[in-house]
Design a protein around this ligand. Structure first.
Ligand SMILES: [Zn+2]
Length: 487
């Protein structure tokens, strides 16, 4: 059987950027083996050391999750399409999350009829739907590119109360994608800048700024006041926290994420479909699937994906349309491809499964969850402090420095005198290392360099290896004191 395997953008580092591969195989497992024969590096991305499929990768055959079928034994027919979609990187007819009593308590005044006339003319929304929108309380977590678009659309739509949660301040590199903030807002808290913008857009809307980081201590309290939560964050830690808090409190969550030219949108509702943990039981090791700030994002994409997220919020509020519960929409803006993939609830999910083991939203041990934590039996990875590296460089000591960042990261800031080997190519290119001298691995934050050392150990390399502690972000001021911030 000849089948096509579609590779999501964030896994293409293992396939020399090839977006789809034709292979032979009778089952999903056979097709993946054929893929791994052609691109051996992808094995590490897809399977753990026991050969089990990693929890953060979802595989779809003709748009159905193989967990709904026979897993890796799922047979494939000639011409079938298999899709590999890692976490970045759900239909159901809607019932409104706003009760009839709350809807009836809202009256639409004369001046609002004109302001909201577009929705009032739509039979799917009309007066009752607009009242439900006005009664709604929606929390937007993350006021970056996606959250900004969602907040603006919801304010203009007339959503009664919009919670704005972010702990960060506006920086210059935000402005190309985060159009809720302006140049004059530089260094202001994002919640303050967003609040001002929404007030100008629609003074009838109440905004509630929450200028703090979502943690295990405050997550459930913060989401408790709202009907719908929008997760527009770009860290896995907050995604698990927000999803856990929503699932435990039975609240729907609209989720969106972006990677370069691609975006995904879905709605998690643990009462009707999967939660984030059902789809992604374990996160990718940090750095394997970069955040959008580390990998770049095309500036018009958040306008598309954020507007799709706002659409899901409006469907949930009005109780109209088909909500993306149990389905994930993926959109590739550059190649104009979109797909809607079916997903399933995991009966073994620790939060929303049949025997839950997590009863409260709590901070996760990220390193443990994604397998980065050192096994007590495993030899620990040795690190070098930035000051030590600066000293060794000044003394011109013999040292091979391997930069495991991706080409686009190096294009932004070069590290002269290093050998560039992206993490996916390390095992194949280990001949380039000299086992008689120290090799130092550097990356942006000091996590991928640890992964690099473990990868090479598994591949049989025995020379001395060190990781630059804290990565180039921590070292830039010490090694290159005259340069700006390291992206
Ligand atoms: Zn779940």
């Amino acid at each position: 059987m000849s089948v096509t395997i579609g590779i999501a953008a964030s896994l293409r580092t293992f396939t020399n950027r090839v977006p789809s591969v034709e292979v032979e195989g009778r089952t999903v497992g056979e097709a993946l083996t054929a893929l791994a024969d052609e691109y051996p590096e992808i094995t590490k991305g897809l399977f753990d050391e026991n050969g089990e499929l990693r929890g953060f990768v979802n595989i779809f055959v003709d748009d159905r999750d193989i967990r709904l079928l026979k897993g890796l034994n799922t047979p494939v027919s000639d011409g079938a399409e298999i899709w590999l979609i890692p976490a970045i990187s759900g239909g159901s007819g809607a019932t409104s999350v706003i009760s009839t009593e709350r809807m009836k308590a809202i009256s639409i005044e004369e001046k609002q009829i004109e302001r909201y006339s577009n929705h009032l003319q739509l039979k799917e929304i009309s007066i009752k739907g607009q009242k439900r929108i006005m009664a709604g309380k929606v929390l937007v977590v993350g006021l970056g590119a996606l959250g900004g678009v969602v907040a603006e659309r919801l304010a203009a739509a007339g959503v009664g109360t919009i919670g704005l949660a972010d702990f960060d301040e506006v920086s210059l590199s935000n402005l190309q994608t985060q159009t809720i903030h302006s140049t004059r807002d530089l260094d202001r808290p994002k919640v303050a800048s967003a609040k001002d913008r929404l007030k100008k857009l629609n003074p009838l809307v109440t905004t509630v700024p929450v200028q703090e980081r979502i943690t295990g201590d405050n997550a459930e309290e913060i989401v408790a006041d709202y009907d719908i939560i929008v997760d527009a964050t770009d860290r896995f830690i907050s995604r698990y926290l927000i999803s856990d808090a929503c699932a435990l409190q039975g609240k729907p969550e609209v989720f969106g994420a972006m990677y370069q030219f691609e975006g995904v949108v879905t709605v998690f509702d643990a009462q009707e479909g999967p939660c984030f943990r059902c789809l992604y039981p374990s996160p990718p090791p940090e750095g394997l699937v970069p955040t959008c700030s580390a990998s770049g994002v095309m500036n018009a994409l958040p306008g598309i994906i954020g507007a799709m997220m706002a659409t899901e919020v409006l469907k949930l509020l009005t109780g109209s349309g088909e909500v993306l519960i149990g389905r994930v929409l993926t959109f590739d803006a550059w190649n104009v491809r979109y797909r809607v993939l079916e997903t399933a609830k995991d009966p073994g999910c620790p939060v929303c499964g049949s025997h839950p083991t997590i009863g409260a939203a709590q901070d996760i041990d990220y390193e443990e969850l994604c397998g980065l934590k050192t096994d007590p039996d495993e030899e620990p990875v040795e690190t070098i402090e930035p000051e030590e590296l600066a000293r060794r460089m000044a003394n011109e000591e013999r040292l091979t420095i391997i930069d495991v960042r991706e080409p686009h990261e190096r294009a932004i800031r070069k590290f002269p005198g290093t050998v560039a080997i992206p993490i996916g190519q390390l095992a194949r290119r280990q001949k380039e290392l000299d086992p008689d001298i120290d090799t130092l691995f550097v990356c942006r934050e000091g996590k991928r360099s640890i992964l690099a050392i473990r990868t090479l150990r598994e591949a049989g390399y025995t020379g001395p290896m060190y990781s630059l502690k804290g990565g180039l972000e921590a070292a830039v001021q010490i090694i290159f004191p005259n340069e700006g911030a390291w992206l």
